[in-house]
Design a protein. Structure first.
Length: 137
């Protein structure tokens, strides 16, 4: 039977995990990537920063982190190499193009382009085989 961790051991373990979480976030999402990582994990930003500060991370969140980042569980929990499950490369975290914010941004950009080129006027959409002179009026 494993011995129960003493208070200093428990605190040290939490601090080391918090350091690895912080390093992982900075490496994959940048120094200011906490909000994006929290969003992808489905947790509040403040909760993520609490984990980086040493608050206990629920097992469900640890599993989501492993799945999202492809980090090696032994590295995350104990700091043992390799860092990622595929040791030849670190994962590439692709931006999610299907989020409501991304869709809104794409639509806004498309509308701006249409307005600049004048394609929002109906007379600009006429097909050559059906062109009708604009009404004089």
């Amino acid at each position: 039977m494993a011995r129960r961790k003493t208070l200093p051991d428990s605190i040290r373990t939490k601090c080391l995990l918090a350091e690895r979480l912080s390093a992982l976030r900075a490496e994959l999402f940048g120094d200011r990537g906490g909000p994006e990582l929290a969003r992808r994990l489905g947790i509040p930003v403040r909760t993520w920063y609490n984990y980086e500060a040493g608050v206990t991370v629920p097992a469900e969140i640890v599993l989501r982190i492993i799945e999202l980042t492809r980090v090696e569980p032994m590295w995350l929990l104990h700091g043992k190499s390799p860092k990622y499950r595929d040791p030849t490369s670190q994962p590439t975290i692709e931006p999610e193009a299907t989020t409501p914010q991304a869709v809104s941004s794409l639509l806004r950009t498309a509308l701006q382009l249409l307005e600049r080129t004048g394609m929002d006027r109906p007379d600009q959409h006429a097909r050559p085989d059906r062109d009708v002179p604009p009404s004089q009026g």
